[in-house]
Design a protein. Structure first.
Length: 55
């Protein structure tokens, strides 16, 4: 089963590289969207703890 994980990871990496080379603008947009989603989650957690501490 360990080789299946390596194969899947390798395929993801190859696909990501292919996508970055063939469509760099779209790849940049996808990365920006992912970063924005993570940042939004971090802000939500920070707001939660701030309101929890204020209560």
């Amino acid at each position: 089963m360990k080789w299946v994980k390596r194969l899947a990871l390798g395929l993801v990496v190859v696909f990501a590289l292919f996508y970055m080379i063939t469509r760099p603008e779209d790849a940049a947009g996808a990365v920006q969207g992912a970063v924005a989603a993570v940042w939004g989650g971090v802000e939500a957690v920070a707001r939660f703890f701030s309101s929890l501490a204020a209560a």
